[in-house]
Design a protein around this ligand. Structure first.
Ligand code: HEM
Length: 450
């Protein structure tokens, strides 16, 4: 136990509590706060770390010198994503990586694709939702988010090429099992779980290599993310190699696909559960006419509140962590070098002093109060804040607008946040009953805005 923390007892988690932390960190962080307060040294998996469950703690962690931090569970993420990944770099290399990565997820790159994103959502809903049926919403929303990210990354490749890419990416992301995330010692060839993931990942890389061979014979530039990566130069001005491209693609595809698809599924869950919220949202959406410019969709306050409240209540990543390389002060206490600081997004999002009745879905709270970056932090914060936040929020709003306007549905069962791999997700995949396709009531509201 660290000397600096002797006045606060280290809380050893029992095996049962460890299991609960893996599977239901949301319930666990509430339990931790209720029982031990806002600053909790926890002993877990043979290591000590500090759970930060207040906005002020998050502010102090995120605003400290970024050069003073190592990556949490570096070995694990390096094994999954590759040693060069933005996820595992620190200091100057991390800044360079983010700069190289930035154009791919910059608004200038994805905003012109608003119509494409709407088209993708429309097509998937039409092909997979049938009135009168019960469905698992996450199957549709993951297919939508996969299609969006693949389109932005690989542009207009032929349908056959894309079909193969979808299959391979789906296979590799679905094989990221918590065992190989939380226990890097299990990332070994003797472990069948790891072998299956590594095989699926390598098959995806081989598919990318075939694409690269073909792309390098083309004269014209395609302007998609793969094209940007192929034209990236390293610090010495040399073209980057295929290994680098694999790692970058793995980082962007795995970070962007499941997270956005899960957030979309939870939004459907809450809308299907709260007809009064759905009614209010439709009034707002219908006031903008049948094909509103995607840019205008972004400005809708109630849609924004619905999306924010969803990822507050159901954070997709329950926590984000930093490991100080030197001792530092947080909340007036000394944290020794090497002791991980785990900012509990789930804990802060369920803090009743910030969010009264935190377990309830109340979008209006985002209209009544402005939350700062440490109170509402679904995308983490500081120097490692999510690089795809803008893209995720843009895609979510366009897809949800399409679903709410053109479909009638209700929740067909209670769901629950559980850890799927690194991320959280709905235990039952959000079961919905699709009632009917609907005709939006444009005429009622159109005049007030157009
Ligand atoms: C609703 C969707 C998403 C959520 C909730 C989410 C959340 C997060 C969180 C919490 C982090 C950790 C931040 C930290 O440590 O402070 C993160 C990191 C990251 N995210 Fe996202 N993310 C989403 C979508 C995306 C998308 C669409 C992309 C890219 C296309 C993306 C790319 C990344 C990358 C590259 C990082 C690592 C940043 C770094 O270490 O410097 N994410 N995300």
């Amino acid at each position: 136990m660290s000397l600096a923390l002797t006045h606060q007892k280290v809380v050893p988690l029992s095996p049962w509590q460890q299991w609960r932390y893996f599977s239901e960190p949301m319930g666990m962080s509430e339990w931790i706060r209720k029982r031990y307060g806002n600053f909790v040294p926890v002993h877990f998996q043979g290591k000590e770390y500090v759970a930060i469950v207040t906005a002020e703690g998050a502010r102090q962690v995120f605003s400290a010198d970024p050069n003073g931090y190592e990556v949490f569970w570096k070995e694990s993420f390096a094994g999954l994503m590759g040693d060069e990944s933005v996820w595992v770099q620190i200091g100057k290399k991390h800044r360079i990586e983010r700069q190289l990565f930035a154009p791919a997820v910059h608004a200038n790159h994805f905003r012109p694709h608003g119509e494409t994103i709407r088209g993708i959502a429309r097509a998937h809903l039409k092909s997979s939702w049938t009135p009168g049926q019960n469905i698992r919403a996450i199957d549709t929303t993951l297919a939508i988010s996969l299609d969006i990210i693949m389109r932005l990354v690989f542009g207009a490749e032929s349908a056959d090429v894309m079909r193969e890419g979808h299959r391979l990416l789906n296979a590799s992301t679905s094989l990221i099992h918590p065992l190989i995330v939380f226990f890097p010692a299990f990332q070994r060839s003797w472990n069948p779980v790891w072998r299956r993931y590594a095989k699926a990942r390598d098959e995806m890389y081989e598919w990318v290599d075939r694409l690269l061979v073909e792309r390098r014979t083309r004269v014209e530039r395609t302007g998609d993310v793969l094209d940007m990566l192929m034209n990236t130069r390293d610090e010495n001005g040399d073209p980057v190699d295929n290994d680098y491209i694999h790692t970058e693609l793995n980082s962007i595809l795995s970070a962007g696909h499941e997270t956005t698809g899960t957030a979309l599924a939870w939004t459907l869950y809450e809308l299907g559960h709260h007809p009064e919220v759905m009614a209010k949202l439709r009034v707002e959406l219908e006031s903008f006419g049948s094909e509103p410019d995607p840019e205008r969709i972004l400005t809708l306050p109630y849609l924004n509140a619905v999306c924010n409240e969803t990822i507050r209540l159901h954070p997709i990543l329950a926590e984000c962590a930093r490991v100080p390389m030197q001792s530092m002060e947080i909340l007036g206490r000394t944290i020794p070098a090497g002791q991980a600081l785990v900012v509990s997004i789930a804990g802060i999002h369920h803090d009743s002093t910030l969010y009264p009745e935190p377990g309830k879905f109340i979008p209006e709270r985002f209209l009544e109060r402005k939350y700062n970056a440490y109170e509402f932090l679904p995308f983490g914060g500081g120097h490692r804040r999510c690089m795809g936040a803008g893209l995720a929020q843009y895609s979510m709003r366009i897809a949800i607008a399409q679903m709410a306007l053109y479909w009638d549905f209700e929740t067909a069962g209670i769901d629950q946040d559980v850890r799927c791999n690194i991320a959280m997700g709905p235990k039952h995949g959000v079961r919905l009953h699709i009632k009917a396709r609907r005709n939006p009531n444009w005429s009622k509201h159109r005049l007030s805005h157009n």
